[in-house]
Design a protein around this ligand. Sequence first.
Ligand SMILES: [Zn+2]
Length: 387
Amino acid sequence: MTHRLLVTGIGTLLTGRIDAPIAEADAVLVEDGKVAAIGDASDLDGEGPVLDVNGATLAPGLVDDHVHPVLGDYTPRQHQANYLEGFVHGGVTTVISAGEVHTPGRPKDREGTKALAVLAAKSFRTVRPSGARVHAGALLLEEGLTEQDFRDLAVQGVHLVGEIGISGVQDPDTAAQMTAWAQAAGMTVTAHVGGKSVPTSRTIDAEFVVAVRPDVAAHVNGGPTATGIEDVERILVETDAYVELVHNGNVRAARDVATLVAERGELHRLLIGTDSPAGTGVVPLGVLRTLSWISALAGIPAPEALAAASGNTTTARRVAGGVIEVGAPADLIVTDAPDGSRADDFCGALAAGDTPAIAAVVVDGKVVVAKSRNTPPPKRVPRLPEG
Ligand SMILES: [Zn+2]
């Protein structure tokens, strides 16, 4: 039997696609966990449960491009349980690992670092906190890894290389060689950018990124300490890397980077993450807050800002989700201006610098959050399907 959900009453439909961020439609039909049709409520088959969003905004579930998970929904870094579930209450339905660096006793030899990546990748395929998709098992580069290792790991489902600069390989020549091997095996590679995050990590500037050629230049607004804007400009000019902004960074640098990327007409290269857990803690609304920074402080229109935290990231990471289009996983958020905001809707709330309200979250076509425990209540309260 087909499992259906009809989403009606959509005030604004944001697609997560940077090249077409708004769709003219007031209804979305979901079948068997995937978006089956987008259009006018009168044209879509109304059989089955209905989620009436009551004029609120429907958007793809957010993607956090920078999390350091370990195993399960627990982080030893801040001794905190159920933090990923908390992210879902902040609208995040997909999480990208930047490396399982906080694993107690993390092995730093060749076999150990491979084993950790395989374990985390395979474990999180079945661990889905409140439905969230956690792409974990981001290989941390250590001396001695061979080209064959990257091929073998790819076969095991490892498709990410964690932040270069926080593990053993810190010299640019070795990092560049391993990056090329990883990319040839189909992996996407992330490099830490900016000041040291912990005493054993390395300060990384544009010179390193130009030499190593990662897919993603992580937290160019600092993780937590920002590099200079001239370094970010050099990365944009001399490489094809995506540039990532994180909540655990410098707010002023986030504004400056977003402004620069927009001026260059390259908003498709902008990604958003939290870099959690970090010394600043675990912030369940970190992605929403970073969106409000770039919208309110850098003037990035909310629909485009949202793409930086959804479709841009799934494109960069070559994973499913992050968009509302036919055939995509039905990972959706119902969002709105928070009650009491001077703004009237989600886009207005971001532009005003408010943290929007998450009114409901849908993963694989099923309502997983009916009322966010972390955001304020929305102005428009959706009517949920019965049962
Ligand atoms: Zn970092």
